[in-house]
Design a protein. Structure first.
Length: 126
């Protein structure tokens, strides 16, 4: 399971914004006594929380919906990358052009999510 594997690498704190695609994942983390979950008001806050966790000596995972990735651009490029703060980001892919149709508001971000990650020089995989 992803969570146990991440834990074996020292990822014990998760921060994120609620997402229906991540509901079961977030509920599992929230119910765990071994993992800390810090809900964030927005994606930029989740990135900042993760940076603070790292400065406190631990690793963290940020969970967010791709529609909110734009909200995280500045904290990723100006904070994480500038100060070489490592975090693991789990991004859902709402509006994936190769999947069945999603809500219309997710269509554009679904098309450009991987391009946006590439522009920020963030390595990614499915």
């Amino acid at each position: 399971m992803f969570i146990q594997e991440a834990k074996s690498y020292g990822f014990n704190t998760y921060a994120g914004v609620p997402c229906s695609f991540l509901k079961s994942f977030i509920n599992y983390i929230n119910d765990s006594s071994e993992i800390d979950y810090i809900p964030a008001a927005n994606e930029g806050d989740a990135i900042a929380i993760a940076a603070g966790v790292y400065l406190g000596g631990e690793y963290s995972v940020v969970m967010l919906q791709n529609s909110g990735l734009g909200n995280a651009v500045n904290p990723i490029t100006s904070l994480l990358q500038t100060f070489e703060i490592p975090i693991l980001i789990v991004v859902t892919l709402r509006g994936d052009p190769s999947a069945s149709p999603d809500e219309p508001q997710h269509r554009l971000m679904g098309e450009i999510t991987t391009d946006l990650l590439d522009l920020m020089k963030i390595p990614w995989s499915w």
